[in-house]
Design a protein around this ligand. Structure first.
Ligand SMILES: *Cc1c(COP(=O)(O)O)cnc(C)c1O
Length: 376
């Protein structure tokens, strides 16, 4: 921890040791079941560590051309899968060159691309189904909410169009346990199981919180084994979050302390720009050494140096009063952070460091004014 406190702020720090710990767990799932685990790049695209990830799991999944290309360029000879709610004509040939699996979101997209798809060798095609069952309570993360655009419902299924389709894909989970998967699979099987016999593979999507403490890995492997053996299919899972869960930090410095009926610390990071999920989910990220408000002697509201009134990270208490120049370390900042950040309000992008297994740090990426200007 001492090493990362001396880094210039704001910065993200990817924790290599924690990443490896996660990857070992995911590799165990592959080894035990013969399934394939794919990194959902949407959550974590820090390609500097792709070669490391490639040593443990089967490959990546992409949400479109750019993520597919990033994997193609940076993860060498590993599997690349792709799902997008709709593909563009001009992207499709490049996707065919790079991807192993391409999953369509509708029969109309499948019909639109089928001829070009079938002419390609070494690419398999699938359809995303919507089982209309999900235990996610926040609509923005629930692909099964009313009128969702994600996946084909049973009512809209066209069995007659199966020619050339070798797999089905569902993604209905978010930060959930194997018990949720088990209940979801029951519904998926009831509705779509009859089609599984004609498939080569089933993709269980992401949202599996596999590397979280107390996740029931035995139940996950039972679920995978069950589908594999009953339908004689290969199983894929594509966690994003679980790959880099708790494997990174965001380090910030205190810039000023002010008062307005409470103590407020202005820090050199922003919820809106550097950790948008804090406002979007919303959630309160943990800071090392902090407590809930008023549980430790000194409580502060932490806010960003932006003009957005709501750009507040949260209220935290500390053993000692904060002073200008103090460093604070947010945890679990590898996932859905670097991939979502932005330069709103002219905020600088945090640099990206790697915390090596031996405790040393290495600068991976630095940003400056030109990154802000170039996008406008
Ligand atoms: C978001 C997403 C994932 C990864 O989800 P996590 O919650 O990060 O595990 C996987 N597959 C699809 C289709 C997704 O949209």
């Amino acid at each position: 921890m001492k090493n990362i406190l001396s880094l210039p702020t704001p910065c993200y720090v990817i924790d290599e040791g924690a990443l490896i710990k996660n990857l070992k767990i995911l590799k165990q799932v592959e080894d035990k079941t013969g399934c394939h685990v794919l990194l959902a790049q949407k959550a974590f695209s820090a390609y500097h560590v792709y070669p490391l990830i490639a040593r443990y799991i089967s490959g990546t999944t992409a949400s479109g051309l750019y993520e597919a290309r990033l994997a193609y360029e940076e993860m060498g000879n590993k599997q690349i899968h792709c799902f997008s709610p709709a593909y563009k004509d001009e992207d499709f040939d490049e996707l065919l060159k790079m991807c192993d699996h391409i999953v369509f979101n509708s029969f109309s997209q499948w019909r639109h691309f089928r001829e070009r798809a079938m002419a390609a060798s070494n690419v398999e095609f699938g359809l995303r189904i919507n089982p209309e069952y999900s235990e996610i309570e926040t609509d923005i993360y629930n692909p099964c909410f009313t009128n969702s655009r994600l996946g084909i419902t049973l009512e809209n299924f066209e069995e007659s169009e199966f020619d050339g389709i070798s797999g089905l894909h569902f993604h209905t989970m978010c930060e959930q346990g194997a018990e949720t998967l088990e209940r979801t699979l029951k519904v998926v099987e009831e509705k779509f199981g009859k089609y599984f016999y004609r498939m080569k593979w089933i993709n269980f999507g992401g949202g599996h919180h596999i590397t979280k403490d107390n996740y029931n890995i035995d139940k996950l492997t039972e679920c995978i084994d069950h589908i594999k053996s009953k339908y004689d299919v290969q199983v894929y899972i594509e966690p994003g979050e679980a790959v880099a869960l708790n494997a990174g930090y965001l380090v910030t410095s205190v810039l000023d302390i002010i008062e307005n009926h409470m103590n407020i610390a202005i820090v050199d990071t922003s919820a809106a720009c550097h950790m948008p999920d804090v406002l979007e989910m919303p959630y309160r990220p943990y800071i090392i050494g902090s407590g809930e408000p008023d549980t430790l002697p000194y409580t502060y509201r932490l806010g960003a140096p932006t003009c957005l009134a709501g750009d507040v990270i949260g209220d935290y208490s500390f053993e000692q009063p904060l002073t200008v120049g103090d460093k604070l370390v947010f945890t679990d900042m590898s996932i859905y952070s670097m991939v979502k950040n932005n330069t709103f309000n002219g905020m600088p992008l945090p640099s990206i460091y790697l915390l090596n297994n031996d405790g040393s740090t290495k600068l991976l990426k630095e940003f400056d004014y030109s990154d802000f200007k170039r996008r406008l």
